[in-house]
Design a protein around this ligand. Structure first.
Ligand SMILES: Nc1ncnc2c1ncn2[C@@H]1O[C@H](COP(=O)(O)OP(=O)(O)OP(=O)(O)O)[C@@H](O)[C@H]1O
Ligand SMILES: [Mg+2]
Length: 241
């Protein structure tokens, strides 16, 4: 049984159909990439399974999302966190007025035991050493790359089984892009499965085990890393070859 299964998902915003009959899955232990150009429904697909689609004005009109075999369609964010699913939203959405530590504490809101929270915060600071000297800094004053590290740390603090990440490399300098992808691979090797939405197809397909290419609200093709990277259409459209 796959960890995450999405069957025939359709989402509309008002009268606009954003995605139609989209099906994909994530196996335990995988990094799965969703790539494709602007506006084809990548974030919509991710948000539809992460419980924030309604607050964005979207409506799931068909489909089912299952996690470990249970139907989780339409679950709210906190219910997903309880299942072990965590989202790093597009644009990071850190709390700019709060300190680095306070942001990490927000990610741990479901953990009641303060000593566990402190241990987990320490674990995140070890994973992202750049944040160590900045624990009391207001998050809004961090550089974009540091904010992305914080957003990742905030999502990982509950030790999710599945991490959903929307464009984690967007707007970052090449060094930070490399760092983010290295971290994702490291996190994955420690047991967290990852569903990664990226416009940076080159990096995402390099890091993934399998991928899906979205076009105009549908999946145009999918496959294992090697078959995608060697596919002529993918090379031409997304890898600039
Ligand atoms: N809140 C919204 N209200 C109305 N239409 C929306 C909303 N969010 C997205 N859309 C529309 O749905 C379609 C898919 O958008 P989505 O954000 O999922 O694309 P995307 O593939 O993530 O794009 P990008 O790569 O630019 O992030 C687009 O046509 C977009 O204009
Ligand atoms: Mg998007």
């Amino acid at each position: 049984m796959p960890l995450l299964e999405v069957d025939n998902l359709s989402v509309r915003y008002g009268s606009i159909k954003a995605i139609t009959d989209v099906s994909f899955h994530v196996e335990q232990g995988e990094i799965v990439a969703i790539v494709g150009p602007n506006g084809v429904g990548k974030s919509t697909a991710l948000n539809a399974l992460s419980g924030i689609i309604e607050s964005n004005g979207g409506l799931i009109t068909s489909g089912e999302v299952r996690f470990e075999g249970h139907n989780i369609t339409g679950f709210k964010t906190h219910e997903l966190v309880q299942q072990g699913i965590s989202l790093v939203p597009e644009g990071r959405r850190i709390f700019p007025r709060m300190t680095v530590i306070e942001n990490l504490e927000m990610g741990a809101f479901t953990i009641k035991d303060k000593s566990i929270v402190n241990n987990e915060i320490q674990r995140m600071l070890d994973l992202f050493p750049l944040l160590k000297d900045r624990t009391l800094q207001q998050a809004g004053t961090l550089s974009t790359g540091e904010q992305q590290m914080l957003a990742l740390g905030r999502s990982l603090i509950i030790q999710p089984k599945l991490l959903l990440a929307d464009e984690p490399s967007l707007g970052l300098s090449p060094n930070f892009v490399d760092m983010i992808f290295e971290k994702l691979v490291e996190i994955n090797s420690e047991g967290t499965s990852i569903l990664l939405v990226e416009q940076n197809a080159r990096m995402a397909l390099e890091a993934c085990h399998r991928g899906y290419v979205f076009e105009m609200g549908k999946i145009s093709f999918d496959g294992k890393k090697d078959s995608l990277v060697n596919d002529e259409r993918v090379q031409k459209s997304y890898l600039g070859k």
